[in-house]
Design a protein around this ligand. Sequence first.
Ligand code: PGA
Length: 257
Amino acid sequence: MNKERKLIIAGNWKMNKTVVEALALVGALKTELANINQVDIVVCPPFTALCEVARVLRDSNIRLGAQNMSEHAGGAYTGEIAAEMLKDLAVRNVIVGHSERRQYYGESDEIVAKKAQAAHVASLAPIVCVGETLAEREAGRMEKVLETQVRGSLAGLSKPQMVETIIAYEPVWAIGTGKTATTAQAQEAHQFIRGLLIHLFDEATARGVRIQYGGSVKPSNARELMSQPDVDGALVGGASLEARSFADIIRGSMSVG
Ligand code: PGA
């Protein structure tokens, strides 16, 4: 089966891995994933490992991503990291608005939109995360929540910027819980998001945007999820912390890519 868009599979390591551990993981991934170019592969280590990991990944088929960034370009923001600093380390993608950032650090759609815009100013491609909680889904509010997040988090992006932006649909109830959305649930949400993009931008732009699924993606479910027409990749947490399982997810997806 041929996908309309090239798959992009990213590993979100979250707050895991020392520099030594990070180097061991990317070293193993480079071997496991050598010569795979049918799928875009991204790893997002913690900030502290980016510099060293960048050195190892130079000239490889694995791209470097970051897990967060500041909405500001620079200045007196203690503890923050600017997009230009990431660019300087050969980072190409940056996750913004992950549900853990929204939930634990109070990130609003407005902040997420500012981060996405600031990423583009530095020529980084943001991975903008959206997704409903279990309570919202059970209350029948999934579409409303997704609409608010998509509108708010992508506000101010031009059409060319939107095409370079990746959206990650991550139902909060599936993150780190072992519960995965069914393929039908994932496809339904992705199709809904693409419909919103048609409305907010235009058909051609919406058709170009890659929408990843995230939430307990594993080697055993990746292929089926990725075979859905509007699922264009995955944002993988837990299963990206080990070379074999991340590589198996990518290899499993290649047959649909
Ligand atoms: P998980 O995390 O794969 O461990 O569920 C996904 C994510 O939070 O991006």
